[in-house]
Design a protein around this ligand. Structure first.
Ligand code: C5P
Length: 301
């Protein structure tokens, strides 16, 4: 995430993520699933502007970005306690006995219910910005613990590293330093998916796959070998709940371009290309096929 001072407050660009690998290793007593997943940030950002308020309040307004590649949101983004930005701010206020308030303007470009972790990245941005704005002095490790209370994907965004294997619920992070020179064509169908529902319809893998072969192929920078190593154990459930996912997968199969996969719990889907130009051309073909909103974004920017 990129944080900078602006008009006496802070402005943060919060990136989306893709999962290049996601295996379900087991069901946990707490109802969550034990995972092994490879997460990578991409150059598609929500923007959050934070201003300190003297009174005890957490105010959020949400705007549609004029330059949002996916167009208007499918549904209005809530600005109350259902929004992770509000939940993150309130959690910090409670834990650190903060008496000041904050007003936040959130400009959305990352679609919701898409498996791109837009809400989680917004929450991570909120923890970082308010830790500074309210001078709370929490360490990154402490912020990660708070983040894990709010959602499984949030701690990853606090590592400030573009690529990591995440385990446990997703909150145990192993950052990696593999340089990636890739562009993603990201497709967001007109129907979103609820993460909880996709997990409910998913199955624990009987013979779990390991992320290791994918990491080796990425280290060797052999894009042609990536497709066989990409894996998302949530994709069959998502395809069942949202046929658009299956249609996008079938479309990319016919294109004979780069490797492709659904991200997280969907419904967004991506293909990887070596060159931006090639990615833009593929994006045009996806647009012509009417498969959903499309964006081209750098991987691990
Ligand atoms: O942690 P988060 O709030 O993002 O998770 C949303 C839902 O996704 C959870 O309520 C749970 O149903 C499911 N989930 C899961 N196992 C994970 C992460 C999420 O079952 N590791």
């Amino acid at each position: 995430m990129k944080v900078r001072p602006e008009h006496g407050g802070l402005r943060v660009d919060a990136p989306a993520k893709l999962n290049l690998f996601l295996e379900i290793l087991g069901k946990r007593p707490d109802g969550y699933h034990e995972l092994e997943t490879l997460m990578v940030t991409v150059g598609l950002y929500d923007t959050l502007e934070f201003k300190e308020e003297p009174t005890d309040c957490v105010r959020l307004q949400c705007l549609e970005a004029d330059d949002g590649p996916f167009g208007p949101a499918r549904e209005p983004i809530p600005v109350d306690d259902r929004n992770l930005v509000v939940r993150a701010a309130r959690l910090l206020k409670t834990r650190a006995d903060v008496t000041q308030g904050v007003s936040v303007t959130l400009t959305k470009r990352i679609p919701a219910a898409a498996g791109l972790a837009g809400g989680s990245s917004d929450a991570a941005a909120t923890l970082v910005a308010l830790n500074r704005l309210w001078t709370l002095g929490f360490s990154t490790g402490e912020l990660q613990q708070l983040a894990a209370e709010l959602g499984s994907d949030i701690p990853f965004f606090l590592t400030e590293r573009p690529l990591a294997v995440c385990r446990g619920r997703g909150e145990i992070i192993e950052p990696l330093s593999i340089p990636l020179r890739l562009f993603a064509v990201i497709v967001s169908p007109s129907v979103g998916l609820s993460t909880a529902e996709v997990y409910r319809h998913s199955r624990v893998s009987v013979s779990p796959r390991s992320v290791q072969p994918l990491l080796e192929v990425l280290v060797r920078d052999e894009l042609a070998d990536v497709q066989g190593c990409l894996h998302n154990a949530l994709q069959p459930a998502a395809e069942q709940l949202c046929p658009d996912v299956r249609n996008i997968a079938a479309f990319f199969e016919t294109q004979n371009e780069g490797p492709h996969l659904m991200s997280g719990s969907g419904s967004a889907y991506f293909a990887l290309c070596r060159q931006r130009q090639r990615a833009e051309e593929l994006a045009d073909r996806v647009r012509s096929a009417g498969l959903g909103g499309v964006a081209v974004a750098e991987v691990a920017p």
